[in-house]
Write a protein that binds this ligand. Structure first.
Ligand SMILES: Cc1cc2nc3c(=O)[nH]c(=O)nc-3n(C[C@H](O)[C@H](O)[C@H](O)COP(=O)(O)OP(=O)(O)OC[C@H]3O[C@@H](n4cnc5c(N)ncnc54)[C@H](O)[C@@H]3O)c2cc1C
Length: 455
C-alpha cells in the first residue's frame, strides 16, 4: 500500500495547481497526484494542432518536471474506486491511503445521440493525446477536402479557422443563429462571422445534424441535416461541449449537482470531511446570477485549485471561490475577441437593470503608426449602482489583455465611477492614447446615459 497525506485524482490544470499550492502551503505533507495518462496536453492549444502553428501533439505537451519541482509526486495510473470512510483509493493493482482527497477528474466531451455517430471518421475533441493523434492522422490522410465541424462555440470556431489554413474545405455547423452566442453580443459575433466567412469557412447557422451516413464498412460518407440537406465528407468533428467526469465520485457516494458537477462549497469542500473537488469536475455557479453554470475554463479551474490547495488543513485566507465570471479570449485572423461576465443579451434575459457603453478607437496612438488596429470595447453596468457586470473587447492581438483588466473590475464589483478616473499606463506603440482609452471612454458613455436619465 502507498501512503500519502494528500491524494489528488487527476493531473490536469486543476490537479497540478492544487498539488503545487498544497506543497507550498503545507511543505511537510506528502502530496501525490494520480493521472491516468502519461502525456498531458495543453488543452487550450489543441485547436492549433489542426492548423499550421503546432505540427503535432508533441509540441503541445506540458512538461511535468516543472510542477514536480514543488516536491509533489506523480504516478501514472487510474483510480478505479474510492473508499471514503476508510480513506483508501484503489487502482487496478495498488491501494493508496490518504488523509485528504481531491477530485480533479476534469471533463469529457459530449456526444450527441444521433444516428451514425459511431461511424469511422466522427470525432470529438478530448484532452487525450492518443485520441487527438488519431483525429489528426485521419484529417491529414483524407482523400477528399471536405470537413464538417459541428459546434459554434470557441472550440468549433477555432478548429474550423485552423483547418481552413491547411487548405481544407471547412463547413462550420451551429444550431443557434450566430457563433459564440453565449460569450458575445450581436455586434461582436457579426465581426467574427465576417472574418470566418471572409476567409472561406462555410458557416451554416440554425442548422442541426440529423444523422451521419456511412458506407457498408462504417466509414463516414456524408452528414445529413434536419432540413434534409446533405454534405459529403469523410470527417466530422463534434465540438458541442463537455460534461463533468464524475462517475468515480458518484460511485464513492459523493453528491453530484443537477448540472452533473460534484457539489462543493466556496472552499471546494464536498459533503465529506477532508474530501474536495476542483476544476471541471466540480459544480460551477455564475458569479453574478448565482445560478448553476456549465462554463468550464482552465482559468476557473486553477483559481479554484489555488483556494483548495491552501485550505486542505484549515482555511488560510478568508477568500473562497465565489463563482465563475466566465472570462474568455480567442483569436480570429489577426484580431482578438474577448468577453467577461454578462453579455447584454444575458442581462436582458435575467432582467438586470443595466446600461451599456461602447467605444471604438485604435490600439496605438497616433493611428498612423504601423500595425495599428481598430479596437472596440463594450461595457455593461448596472443602471443604479454603476457596478460593472460584463465587457467585450475586440482589436489587434495586444487588446487581448484588456479583458483581464475588465475581469478584475467585474470580480471586484468596481463601478464605472471608479473607472472614470482610472490611471492607466499608455504608450504610443502599446496602447490607445490616454484621451481615448477605450475602457474609460465606454465608462464615460455609461455615465452620460445614467446622467441623462437623472435629469
Ligand atoms: C480544445 C479545448 C480548448 C480549450 N481552450 C481553453 C481556453 O482557451 N481557455 C480556458 O480557460 N480554457 C480552455 N479550455 C478548457 C480547459 O481545458 C479546462 O477547463 C481545463 O482543462 C480543466 O482542467 P481540469 O484539471 O479540471 O480537468 P482536465 O483538464 O479534464 O484534467 C482531468 C485529468 O484527470 C485525469 N483523470 C480523470 N479520471 C481519473 C482517474 N480515475 N484516475 C486518474 N486520473 C484521472 C484525466 O486523465 C485528466 O488528466 C479548453 C478545452 C478544450 C478541450
Amino acid at each position: 500500500m502507498i501512503k500519502t497525506d494528500v491524494l489528488i485524482i487527476g493531473g490536469g490544470p486543476a490537479g497540478i495547481i492544487t498539488a503545487v499550492t498544497s506543497r507550498a502551503t503545507y511543505p511537510n505533507k506528502k502530496v501525490l497526484v494520480i493521472r491516468e495518462r502519461k502525456d498531458l496536453l495543453v488543452p487550450c492549444a489543441l485547436p492549433y494542432i489542426f492548423g499550421n502553428m503546432l505540427p503535432n501533439t508533441e509540441k503541445d505537451l506540458v512538461p511535468d518536471q516543472h510542477w514536480q519541482k514543488s516536491g509533489a509526486e506523480l504516478i501514472i495510473d487510474t483510480i478505479t474506486k474510492v473508499d471514503i470512510s476508510n480513506k483508501i483509493a484503489h487502482t487496478e493493482t495498488d491501494t493508496i491511503s490518504f488523509e485528504k482527497l481531491v477530485f480533479a477528474t476534469g471533463s469529457v466531451p459530449n456526444t450527441p445521440k444521433i444516428e451514425g455517430v459511431e461511424s469511422n471518421g466522427v470525432f470529438t475533441v478530448p484532452k487525450d493525446r492518443d485520441k487527438i493523434d488519431k483525429l489528426k492522422s485521419h484529417i491529414d490522410n483524407l482523400k477528399t477536402d471536405n470537413i464538417v465541424v459541428v459546434g459554434t462555440g470557441f472550440i468549433g470556431v477555432e478548429i474550423a479557422g485552423e483547418l481552413l489554413d491547411t487548405g481544407k474545405n471547412v463547413y462550420l455547423i451551429g444550431g443557434s443563429d450566430r457563433v459564440l452566442k453565449n460569450a458575445f453580443d450581436d455586434e461582436f459575433s457579426e465581426r467574427i462571422e465576417n472574418i470566418l466567412v471572409g476567409s472561406g469557412v462555410k458557416l451554416l447557422n440554425k442548422t442541426r445534424v440529423k444523422k451521419i451516413i456511412s458506407d457498408e464498412v462504417g466509414n463516414t460518407q456524408a452528414v445529413e441535416f434536419t432540413n434534409g440537406n446533405q454534405i459529403k465528407t469523410e470527417a466530422v468533428i463534434l465540438a458541442i461541449g463537455y460534461h463533468p467526469n464524475t462517475q468515480l465520485a458518484k460511485d464513492s457516494g459523493i453528491r453530484v449537482g443537477i448540472k452533473g458537477g460534484i457539489w462543493v462549497d466556496e472552499y471546494m469542500r464536498t459533503d465529506f470531511n477532508g474530501v474536495f473537488a476542483v476544476g471541471d469536475c466540480a459544480e460551477k455557479k455564475n458569479f453574478l446570477t448565482r445560478e448553476l453554470s456549465g462554463v468550464m475554463l482552465a482559468s476557473t479551474a486553477t483559481a479554484e485549485a489555488r483556494i483548495v490547495g491552501s485550505s486542505l488543513y484549515g482555511i488560510q485566507y478568508v477568500k473562497g471561490f465565489h463563482g465563475t465570471i466566465g472570462t474568455f479570449s480567442t483569436v480570429m485572423g489577426n484580431k482578438c475577441f474577448s468577453s467577461v461576465g454578462m453579455t447584454e443579451q444575458e442581462a436582458q434575459k435575467e432582467k438586470f437593470d443595466y446600461v451599456t457603453g461602447s467605444f471604438e478607437g485604435v490600439d496605438k496612438h497616433p493611428a498612423t503608426l504601423p500595425n495599428t488596429h481598430k479596437q472596440m470595447v463594450k461595457l455593461i453596468a448596472m443602471k443604479r449602482s454603476g457596478i460593472l457586470i460584463g465587457g467585450q473587447v475586440t482589436g489587434g492581438k495586444e487588446s487581448g489583455e484588456l479583458i483581464n483588466l475588465i475581469s478584475l473590475m467585474v470580480e471586484n464589483k468596481m463601478s464605472i465611477y471608479s473607472i472614470l478616473t482610472l490611471q492607466v499606463a499608455t504608450h504610443p506603440l502599446l496602447t490607445a492614447g490616454p484621451t481615448a482609452y477605450p475602457i474609460i471612454k465606454s465608462a464615460e458613455q455609461i455615465n452620460n446615459k445614467i446622467n441623462s436619465c437623472l435629469v
